[in-house]
Design a protein around this ligand. Sequence first.
Ligand code: EPU
Length: 337
Amino acid sequence: MNVQNDISLKPYNTFGIDVKAKYFISISSVEDLKKVFSSEKFPQKFILGGGSNMLLTKDIDALVIHLNLKGKTVIEHTENEVLVQCQAGENWHEFVLWVLEHNFGGLENLSLIPGNVGTSPIQNIGAYGVELKDTFHACEALNLETLAIETFTNTDCKFGYRNSIFKQDVKGKYIIINVTFKLTTNEHKLHTNYGAITSELEDNSINQPTIQDVSKAVIAIRESKLPNPKEIGNSGSFFKNPVISKEAFLKLQNNFPDAPHYIVSETEIKVPAGWLIEQAGFKGKRFGNYGVHKKQALVVVNYGGASGKDIFELSKLIQKTVARIFGIPIEAEVNII
Ligand code: EPU
């Protein structure tokens, strides 16, 4: 096994933070993954997937394991549906494009989300009215204690808004090695009600969109609002949209009658954190080589050379200011390391 020393993690995290891994290994088979975990040589280990949902604030004094498991296969075909299994190290968007080339439906709204397939269930990625859980069939994961491979069904995963069992009960205990999706082969169910998609399709005079049209619309919307991590370091939404009580929302609405919101249940309302952050004056604000994106206040950006600590401090300042003005706590969506 090829373990390297003092490797910069800059190419491995979408924020582009330049911290070092004391030891680094890229793993491309489950056998090698098991070998690493059965060896006692490196007691401290750190798993790295697509590096798209983390803010690295310090050097990693451990063996960083870069999961590079590749492959995508159709494992079952029925009349209207297909089960597609994808290995954890595949890039999410490339997988979505592959699925669309085969005319399999269900993932089109999730086009262009950064990250890898293996980490997608952990936070139940979602966009434009669709979440991963809507097509997730099962995943296989390595139990780091027993080194057995276990299967998690959709119910086992306890999916919630940007949440799953892998962030809660079994956090840090498993490595997802592949994910199987149940996708449609015909009679695709389109989700085009999300305002921005509707207008994007209308602008292009598309009345009867295909799944490929929906994907193109989503790509256009995301490209117009969200910075490309290859150009400007970022981790997508830095914060989660807070879910508050109806009473708290009525108070907010009293002072801010135009506050956008979504009803979650009879007693709970979700408020877009991007709106709160914009109202707090942070949208487009730049602090040297880092700041808040000018087109989407939920996204914190590294213009190049910022440290993870700087960005972490900015996120704290945003949280404090939003809490002071609105009395609403906002929680980071990215993992702070
Ligand atoms: N808004 C503002 N100012 C901003 C940003 C948003 O006022 O700077 C307002 C918008 O006007 C709109 C509302 O907030 O009324 C919602 O905005 P948008 O539709 O852009 O969605 P979001 O709630 O900001 C969520 C996800 C995104 C996902 C979009 C689209 C979370 C934390 N974020 O953002 O996910 O792409 O919906 O479905 O739930 C990600 O997780 O990395 C991500 C980009």
